[in-house]
Ligand binder design. Structure first.
Ligand SMILES: [Zn+2]
Length: 427
């Protein structure tokens, strides 16, 4: 048993002087107010670790290199060029470096939305890319839910383009065969439909029927207006309505982006999680989604780093609230406590990782924030989430184990060095 004493715990409410007993397996056995005792690890302001509900690891290679001009679709061409340059060893190095960057930034779990399955000519690797991601996460100590993704078509009614050949599985049966084989090798395996652009309705229906009913299921929804236009032209309904009619939506499902929605779409998403990726949506010019309206309708709001141009859960939360303020002219659209819940309980729930409120029975996945930095000094503890950035993350614990401290991994490795090596090998 390990014991921790926190000066402040910032969660659904702020509590001062909290002591935790944590089992060797990393689960919280007791949580009680009171003074520290000899032998406790003494911590300052503590929040539950952030769950990153949407990541594409290899997009990290594009950061700072695509900002000249263009739109989403031009950016996508650049992204395909990176995808086609990767091999399992270079992918491992890049993912490990990125997961290290996430960990020191305060993400204690990540859902990797993974569709890079095969060799450039489309022939199969025996799970090599998937196992590279698992090994990368284990190497640095972040929790990983692998969202193994079906990507079958180049657009509605179109075959995969040559630069998309690595993503494909032929059809839903090919996908399911690979998924079940992978399940024997990957402990935290979940599933994803790339989008209604990339998976035809018949295949979506077969995936829903063929996958276990309890695994998390993720899908990109209405990130760009063109996806809505193509879907309406082909099927006469919005992407959200199509997914609802195919049985995709529900408590185990996460809709990613959900930017361009109708009122009917918002109602249909009420029982699902919606993963908002504010820094990516701003970067790619996607638009501002109806996050508050979705939350009011009953959807759970989580966050994702998506293209990993920014790896900072606090900046994602600030972006979520800032976009709402810009759209509505009002402040406090999400309370600081709701923002903490989006990064923690909703993110972990989306990834099938269970309850995550630093309560008894939860894992002790926690981050400590500096309250004395140039950014945070003078802040109310309850509002730290809107003044701090990842630069204020001091110690990071996953399952009660110290995994990062002061911007580097607990074993001293610096994510910047890991990134320099991994990116250098790609260029
Ligand atoms: Zn994405």
């Amino acid at each position: 048993v390990n014991t921790f004493w926190c000066e402040t715990v910032v969660g659904e409410w702020v509590e001062s002087g909290v002591r935790f007993e944590v089992s060797d397996a990393g689960v919280i056995l007791t949580r009680e107010p009171g003074p520290p005792r000899p032998g406790d690890v003494l911590l300052g302001a503590v929040l539950p670790g952030a769950g990153n509900a949407h990541s594409h690891a290899f997009h990290r290679a594009l950061r700072g290199r695509t900002d000249g001009a263009g739109d989403f679709w031009r950016w996508r061409e650049r992204m395909y060029a990176v995808a086609n340059a990767l091999e399992p060893d270079t992918y491992f190095a890049l993912a490990r470096a990125l997961f290290a960057e996430m960990l020191v930034a305060g993400y204690t779990a990540v859902g990797e939305f993974h569709y890079l399955h095969h060799r450039p000519d489309g022939t199969a690797y025996p799970h090599e890319f998937e196992l590279a991601l698992v090994a990368a996460a284990e190497d640095v100590g972040i929790r990983l839910t692998l969202l193994d993704t079906a990507y079958l078509a180049g657009g509605i009614g179109q075959p995969l383009a040559p630069e998309q050949r690595r993503f494909g599985d032929g059809d839903a049966d090919g996908y399911l065969e690979r998924w079940y084989s992978l399940r024997e090798r990957v402990p935290s395996l979940a599933a994803a439909i790339h989008s209604v652009r990339a998976v035809p309705p018949d295949d979506i229906a077969r995936m829903v029927a063929g996958l276990p009913g309890d695994v998390p299921l993720h899908v990109h929804v209405s990130e760009q207006p063109r996806e809505n236009a193509d879907c309406l032209a082909a099927y006469g309904v919005t992407p959200t309505r199509l997914l609802a009619d195919l049985g995709v939506l529900g408590p185990r499902t996460s809709a990613v982006h959900a930017t361009h929605l109708t009122d009917d779409d918002i109602r249909l998403l009420a029982g699902s999680t919606v993963v908002i990726c504010p820094t990516t949506e701003a970067d790619l010019g996607d638009g501002v989604g109806p996050a508050r309206a979705l939350a009011d309708a009953g959807a759970r709001i989580a966050i994702g780093s998506d293209q990993n141009g920014v790896v900072d859960p606090l900046l994602e939360l600030r972006g979520l609230e800032a976009h709402e303020r810009l759209g509505s002219g009002l402040r406090g659209r999400f309370t600081p406590a709701q923002l903490v819940a989006a990064a923690s309980a909703a993110g972990y729930g989306s990834l099938g990782l269970g309850s995550h409120r630093l309560a008894v029975g939860d894992r002790f996945d926690a981050i400590e924030l500096s309250t004395t930095s140039v950014r945070t000094v003078g802040s109310d503890a309850a509002q730290l989430v809107l003044s701090a950035t990842a630069s204020d993350v001091e110690r990071v614990f996953v399952g009660g184990v110290l995994t990062a401290r002061g911007g580097v991994l607990a074993d001293g490795r610096d994510p910047a060095d890991l990134l320099a090596t991994a990116l250098g090998a790609l260029r």
